[in-house]
Design a protein around this ligand. Structure first.
Ligand SMILES: [Zn+2]
Length: 194
C-alpha cells in the first residue's frame, strides 16, 4: 500500500469514525449535562437537548479537525492566507450550521439542531479541501522544481550530476542505475503528490 493510498483510506474513514464519536458524546452528555444543570436555573427539556446536540457536534468536529490536519499538514503549503481562510471557514461553517438548524427546526423541532450540529463540521471539511489544495501557480512551481532536481546520492545527498559511473565520489557508495533512480527524493515526492 503506498503512502498516498493509505492517506486516502484514512480520509475516507474519518467521517464514519467521527459519526461514532458524535453518538458516544451524545449518549454520554445526558448524564454530564443533567448533573450540571441541577445547579443551574430553569432549563427546559428542549434547551438540554439543544445543548447535547451542540456539545456532540463540537466534540466530533474537534476530532475531525485534528485527524484531518494531521493527515494533510505535510502536503499543504501553509501561508498566511491559507491559515486565515481555514480559521474563517470555522466561523462560516458554524454560522451555516446555526442557520440550517433554525430553518429545519421550523418544521421539526429538535431535528434541526441535530442536522445543524452535523452540518457545520462537514461543511468545514469540504471548505478545507478548497483552501488547502494547491493553486495552479503552486502546482506549476512544484512540477518545475521536481523536473530540475538533480540526481543525488541516496546515502549522503551529494549531487551526482555529470558523473559517468554510478559511484558516489563523496562517500564511495556504489549503486546500480535502477537503485539510484528508485531512491531519488523527487521520486518519493512524485508518489505522494500526483
Ligand atoms: Zn554519497
Amino acid at each position: 500500500m503506498s503512502q498516498l493510498i493509505a492517506r486516502i483510506l484514512l480520509a475516507i474513514f474519518v467521517i464514519p469514525i467521527a459519526s461514532l464519536i458524535y453518538m458516544v458524546a451524545f449518549i454520554q452528555s445526558e448524564r454530564w449535562l443533567y448533573r450540571w444543570i441541577n445547579y443551574q436555573t430553569y432549563a427546559t427539556y428542549r434547551d438540554i437537548a439543544r445543548m447535547r446536540f451542540g456539545f456532540s457536534g463540537l466534540i466530533a468536529w474537534a476530532f475531525l479537525a485534528i485527524w484531518w490536519f494531521l493527515l494533510w499538514r505535510k502536503s499543504v503549503r501553509w501561508n498566511g492566507t491559507r491559515i486565515g481562510l481555514t480559521a474563517g471557514a470555522v466561523v462560516l461553517a458554524a454560522i451555516a450550521g446555526i442557520i440550517v438548524a433554525a430553518i429545519l427546526n421550523q418544521s421539526e423541532r429538535g431535528f434541526g439542531d441535530f442536522i445543524g450540529s452535523a452540518t457545520a463540521p462537514l461543511l468545514w471539511i469540504v471548505a478545507t479541501i478548497f483552501v488547502w489544495r494547491e493553486t495552479a501557480a503552486e502546482r506549476a512551481a512544484r512540477v518545475n522544481n521536481s523536473g530540475q532536481d538533480a540526481i543525488v546520492c541516496p546515502t549522503c545527498g551529494y549531487n551526482l550530476t555529470g558523473l559517468t559511473e554510478p559511484r558516489c565520489p563523496e562517500c564511495g557508495t556504489q549503486f546500480t542505475l535502477d537503485q539510484l533512480l528508485a531512491s531519488q527524493p523527487s521520486r518519493t515526492r512524485a508518489d505522494l503528490e500526483t
